[in-house]
Write a protein that binds this ligand. Sequence first.
Ligand code: NZQ
Ligand code: ZN
Length: 385
Amino acid sequence: MKSFSYANPTRILFGAGQIAAIAKHIPESARVLLTYGGGSIKANGVYDQVIAALGKRQVVEFGGIEPNPSYETMMQAAAVARAHKSDFILAVGGGSVVDGSKFLAVALKHDGPEAWDLVTGKAKVKGAVPLGAILTLPATGSESNSGAVITNKTLGAKLALMHPSMYPVFAVLDPETTRSLPPRQIANGVADAFVHVIEQYLTQPADGMVQDAYAEALLRTLVALGPKTLANPDDMDARANLMWAANQALNGLISVGVPQDWATHMIGHELTALYGVDHARSLTIVLPALLRVRRAAKRAKLLQYAERVWDIREGSEDARIEAAIARTEAFFTELGLPIRLAQAEIAPDAAEKVCANLVAHGMTALGEDQGVTPDVAARILSLAA
Ligand code: NZQ
Ligand code: ZN
């Protein structure tokens, strides 16, 4: 295990009724910018709870943050925040609202002409307006990590930005808020969280015993909970466990001191930027093909994954690895998610377009060993056709 420094400053407020607790964590004098998406929070009662909890604080709203939040939309939010001198951002929604708001938080402290430069790395993050998150969709882990993924519609680019100042001050995880989720979003969330764990676990052995065992516990939990939550929408224990599992999958804990991959995500982000496919669905298409193409580099961990996550102990090593990848595909299929480009109506020439964009974005050596070159990415996408 490599040396590491670990701190996660986000306070988690977990459980039914916890929205009311935000009053203790937002200054009375705060000028709050309340950010949200397309309106689900107004239909399901979350908005009313938030307004009640904010009490007498000054509140200005910015709604309309779209799935895969855009730079263009968040610049409109920045204009509203500046006009009202907002000094606290309260993001209420799924990963897109939280990500867009985290980017807004750093964009408001940026003094150059283009806040997009923060995303490309051309400009340095200089701090952030404090932000709290009320999560309504278990999936991304964005509510207590330091990342945000932003789409520049003009450039057709979907890129990730990470900075410690983007950790939310607090994150409310109230499973009751997830009752109104359509099955598609539950399935997406389970798959996204599953792939987050895989990206930090299925690499090369690094003697991270705690990280491996926790990753395996999360994977097994997600495999059990996904179909259970879809089949029993009123099972609140399943929803609560799902919300906690998705949070733990990407709060930075299981990646400490061990290699990380993220090639599936980077290729998936290009697919979403080009074709608009849901984030999780881009991942379920790319991951199985990636595991097959990268079988040699990941061999030891694939065998461990087969045994400890899927209980596969019989057969040759190659047969066990193939069985584990097939079980992964069957799990995604059971959730109703695509595992091939064609199932998402994406033409086979995607390989060429995605690779051109990976090169344009400087992503020419992805993966835990930098082994995913554009040629390897092209092989992965051809296999996923
Ligand atoms: O916009 P509203 O009306 O709220 O509806 C949303 C949206 O249409 C709806 N929804 C959310 N909560 C709901 C609900 N509908 C009914 N009831 C509720 N309780 O669900 C739809 C999808 O929401 P979205 O926020 O886009 O989904 P998700 O949470 O999956 O976020 C996806 C975004 O996060 C990024 C992805 O790339 C994508 O842009 N990611 C962020 C990460 C991070 N910051 O760490 C890591 C991830 O890998 C991922 O890349
Ligand atoms: Zn993801």
